[in-house]
Design a protein around this ligand. Structure first.
Ligand SMILES: Nc1ncnc2c1ncn2[C@@H]1O[C@H](COP(=O)(O)OP(=O)(O)O)[C@@H](O)[C@H]1O
Ligand SMILES: O=C(CO)[C@@H](O)[C@H](O)COP(=O)(O)O
Length: 498
């Protein structure tokens, strides 16, 4: 039997999956790494942590996978999007990576808006948002000029990891789309944007397709992991593009809900000329010459992990969500907004912060956990509302990510979204998507579509329950009021944040 490995460089952890030619996940290993929040609004990671933890995860996979490393034909990648990794001329990391959920760049977003106006939208199909890469480049240019001067190339997180495993520098189109420097339709770095913002276009690495072969493993990495140097390495894609591939979202129809650190509602988009007026993101897919649109909740799983780290550090996620079903819908009158690091969709707002509304002395810990899960799901429902208002049909969704491990949450998604929710055999959509890109690159299949028929299995479906749908509709109306009513309060609280 032959195998491929999918590596998903997530925000909370790197997850590696060994997948055989039948699409079965033979073993998965995960290794965590920390987020660095130096100030309110800042979010960074040390790229060395990604490399060290990936090598450990791969070694564990080889040691316990019970397969001959010679039979592992290919590896590909999925990675958290937008994070800025700056390298000097020796390809050494210059500073910590500035991540997708870092919102320090409001000023730079305003500069982009002023200098580019409608051009930005015409070229990139997206607005200037704090999380994207270009504002981060401008922030370093302005605030750390001596580091910017040293920069020879910029990469995104999984591109840096791939560079360390292969010695080769590349970026794929699906991830490049999230930089705000890519001409999305013509698939090239935008000379016009670079010139107008005084960014040297040569900082952008060579662009490739997600399934392209980009090299083999470096000998020292083969030695450290137990893998073979000859293992073929394929470029991979943005985690949401890979999540879509790993859920079989390769044609219009079924949508995707992903609850990882962020939360994403995603839909395949056939028409590259479709104009969503920047309300949702429009990016290149990991499937060649295809596109997808999505809305993003910045702190989805992160809200739950914040609660766990702060109030239940020693417990597992399974423990803290175990009894939420004993709390009624609406968490006994407790509503939560998940704006722990600001928000993206539908409220692009770096200043807003979360709230618990309706706290009562009767509320116990389970009520708080339930209200967090409901608040995250209401936030994702705001993206679904945008999709529906734009004429997209949303009646069936595949749910992936850490949040899809819990059946109560999956039923909650069915009830709040009022859609059928499908759970897959394996909730690791991005890792599976990466494995599928490797399988395509190894020519096991003629297309991702053929591969998905073999690799993707639905394990369970959740139907909306009428009574729940009605209750959640009423709660959603209240939820939507919290943003406008807390916006001004948060502007006033901003000076007190450190
Ligand atoms: N058993 C579980 N039940 C509910 N939610 C969970 C469970 N395990 C993990 N999660 C959620 O999933 C999140 C991690 O999801 P994951 O897809 O691994 O994230 P990332 O790709 O960003 O690293 C956690 O922050 C947590 O909120
Ligand atoms: O910023 C975005 C998408 O635009 C995020 O979805 C990141 O790509 C991080 O993903 P996870 O770590 O939550 O999977």
């Amino acid at each position: 039997m032959k195998y491929v490995i999918g590596i998903d460089l997530g925000t909370s952890a790197v997850k590696v999956l060994l997948v055989n030619k039948e699409g079965e996940v033979c073993i998965e290993c995960a290794k965590e790494y920390p987020l660095i929040h130096e100030k309110s609004g800042y979010s960074e990671q040390n790229p060395e942590d990604w490399v060290e933890q990936t090598i450990l995860a791969l070694k564990e996979l080889v040691d316990h996978g019970n397969v001959n490393p010679e039979d592992i034909e290919g590896i590909s990648f999925s990675g958290q999007m937008h994070g800025l990794v700056l390298l000097d001329e020796n390809y050494e990391v210059i500073r910590n990576a500035i991540l997708w959920n870092d919102t320090r760049t409001t000023k730079q977003c305003n500069v982009i808006k002023t200098k580019l106006g409608q051009k930005l939208f015409k070229i990139t199909k997206n607005p200037a948002l704090e999380g994207f890469t270009l504002p981060k480049i401008l922030w370093v240019q302005e605030n750390e000029a001596e580091l910017y001067e040293k920069t020879a190339v910029f990469l995104l997180p999984k591109d840096y990891l791939r560079y360390r495993l292969t010695g080769q520098i590349h970026m794929d189109y699906s991830d490049a789309a999230g930089t705000l420097l890519l001409d999305v339709v013509n698939k090239e770095w935008s000379k016009e944007i670079c010139e107008l913002l005084n960014v040297n276009i040569s900082l952008g690495p060579p662009l490739v397709e997600s399934h392209d072969l980009v090299g083999n493993l470096l000998s020292e990495i083969a030695e450290q992991t137990g893998l073979k140097e000859e293992t073929k390495i394929f470029a991979g894609g943005a985690d949401n593009a890979c999540g879509a591939i790993g859920a079989g979202i390769l044609t219009p129809g079924v949508g995707l809900c992903s609850i990882g650190t962020s939360g994403v509602i995603l839909s395949y988009e056939e028409d590259r000329n479709r104009d969503f007026k920047g309300k949702i993101h429009f990016f290149n897919h990991g499937k060649e010459d295809a596109y997808y649109v999505m809305g993003v909740t910045l702190s989805a799983g992160h809200s739950l992990s914040w609660f766990k780290d702060t109030f239940a550090h020693s417990e597992s996620f399974e423990d803290i969500v175990e009894d939420v079903n004993h709390v009624p819908i609406g968490a006994n009158g407790l509503l939560f907004t998940p704006y722990l690091v600001g928000e993206r969709t539908p409220h692009a707002d770096a200043v807003i912060r979360g709230s618990f509304i309706g706290m009562d002395s009767s509320h116990n810990r389970d009520a708080f956990v339930r209200s967090i899960m409901e608040g995250i799901t209401f936030s994702l429902n705001e993206s679904i509302t945008l999709f529906r208002n734009a004429g997209k049909k949303v009646d069936k969704m595949i749910s992936i990510g850490g949040g899809a491990k819990n059946d109560v949450w999956l039923q909650m998604q069915a009830d709040i979204f009022n859609t059928e929710i499908l759970k897959l055999e394996n909730e690791q959509g991005p890792g599976m998507g990466a494995a599928m890109l490797a399988a395509l690159g190894c020519e096991w299949f003629s297309s991702l579509e053929v591969c998905s028929n073999q690799f993707i299995q639905v394990s369970k479906t959740f139907q909306p329950i009428d009574d729940h749908v009605n209750k959640y509709k009423q709660l959603y109306e209240v939820y939507k009021n919290i943003y406008p009513q807390t916006k001004d309060l948060n502007e006033k609280l901003k000076p007190f944040r450190e």
